[in-house]
Design a protein around this ligand. Structure first.
Ligand SMILES: NC(=O)c1ccc[n+]([C@@H]2O[C@H](COP(=O)([O-])OP(=O)(O)OC[C@H]3O[C@@H](n4cnc5c(N)ncnc54)[C@H](OP(=O)(O)O)[C@@H]3O)[C@@H](O)[C@H]2O)c1
Length: 364
């Protein structure tokens, strides 16, 4: 008997093959018209009219980080990946002006050109603010959230993507020298001119969001942060008591710290969508310096995957999806078959017991 998951996987892989043997852009266009693809559960982003799949695809891995011009092979590869993502229900596509030195946005623009109708079916989000110094990748990055930089970065992204608007713009990092009034002026201009519909941040904690919110008129609707079973920090901060009892430790008189800025709770309270970047990095392939708790977590993930007849990737993503904050993992695979496996997380339900077992295993 073919399960729903096997059927969807076979369908998705078959459509990858079909996309390869015909004009791949046309294949996407056909799917857009037919509306026959499976869907992933979706969330409405508060304060907006945007509805996005609860798994997003990050364009950071679409192309390699070199300064060679985008070529026909790059376009074929990117079209295939975008097709597989869309075909498996993903409608949120995450970019940044600096990914692959702008080539990720450029090649995505080529995909959009070949796929009439796709632009209006998806939500395009990009980021700005991180600026490489001369040496490129690996050299120091300076953060610049001046009005001038934000506006020119967005105009560059729009040009490369070949679109007239970003659905969401995220500030890619906190600028230690930020003048919130400058950010407010940039947002005002970009919003009034129709170049950006909604705004958010990435890698911000609670007071850093609050500082911006004092000056910026538009609501902050997204915070994209590093979050996974390998990097659970935002989910464990302020949770020391719960963690200690989840690990079976006896209560003692020693003080139970509640340190942390409560980023996730602040986002929940204020309707800010939490997106998780690198949701699988370090979980599927253990780093050489993996801590004992990460090793134990990865083992538990593998056991659960066997028990539920799925992949470790789907379990690790399902752990994020199970959290009531409505966390949206941003996937980064550049292998179609991995992307299909990752999307299967939408159909995996973890019990409270299973979620807490992983929570207790991963936290130090
Ligand atoms: N806001 C920020 O500061 C920030 C920072 C970093 C990233 N991001 C965003 O987050 C996105 C995702 O980041 P990421 O690439 O680190 O994400 P990820 O989804 O955690 O991928 C990490 C690694 O896991 C592997 N993988 C994924 N699915 C797999 C599977 N089913 N089986 C085996 N291996 C699998 C991938 O390798 P394969 O390619 O071999 O499958 C990839 O190298 C980026 O593209 C970008 O959009 C944002």
């Amino acid at each position: 008997m073919t399960t729903r998951r096997q059927f969807l996987t076979q369908t998705a892989i078959a459509s990858c093959a079909a996309a390869e043997s015909m004009n791949v852009g046309q294949a996407v266009a056909n799917d857009v018209r037919s509306g026959s693809r499976p869907s992933i559960d979706a969330y409405r982003i508060a304060h907006t009219d945007l509805v996005v799949s609860r798994l997003g695809y990050g364009a950071g891995s679409l192309l390699s980080w070199d300064k060679e011009p985008v070529n026909a092979d790059d376009i074929t590869k990117a079209t295939r990946l975008v097709h597989v993502a869309y075909d498996n229900g993903i409608t949120l596509f995450d970019h940044a002006d600096l990914y692959a030195y702008g080539k990720s946005e450029e090649v995505f623009g080529e995909v959009l050109k070949q796929s009439p109708g796709l632009r209006n079916k998806i939500v395009i989000q990009s980021k700005c603010g991180q600026v490489f110094s001369e040496g490129g990748l690996g050299s120091p990055i300076r953060v610049d959230l001046s009005r001038k930089h934000i506006v020119s970065a967005v105009e560059g992204s729009l040009k490369r993507l070949g679109t007239d608007r970003l659905d969401i713009l995220l500030l890619h990092a906190v600028d230690a020298l930020v003048e919130p009034q400058e950010v407010a002026a940039a947002f005002e201009y970009l919003h009034r001119s129709g170049k950006v519909r909604y705004f958010g941040v990435s890698n911000y904690n609670t007071p850093q969001i609050a500082l911006l919110e004092k000056s910026v008129r538009q609501p902050i609707v997204v915070n994209q942060i590093q979050l996974s079973l390998a990097n659970p920090g935002p989910l464990t901060e302020g949770m020391q008591f719960t963690l200690r009892i989840a690990k079976g430790g006896r209560m003692s008189d020693e003080s139970i710290g509640l340190a942390g800025s409560g980023t996730i709770d602040y986002c929940r309270t204020n309707g800010i969508q939490v997106q998780a970047w690198s949701p699988l990095r370090g979980v599927l392939k253990l780093p050489a310096d993996a801590s004992p708790q990460l090793k134990a977590t990865v083992q538990l993930v593998a056991e659960l995957a066997r028990k539920k007849n799925t992949t470790p990737a789907a379990i690790a993503l399902a752990w994020l999806l199970r959290h009531p904050a409505g966390i949206v993992p941003i996937l980064g695979s550049d292998k179609p078959e991995h992307l299909v496996e990752d999307c299967a997380a939408d159909r995996i339900n973890l019990s409270r017991e299973e979620w807490y077992d992983l929570f207790a295993a991963t936290a130090a």
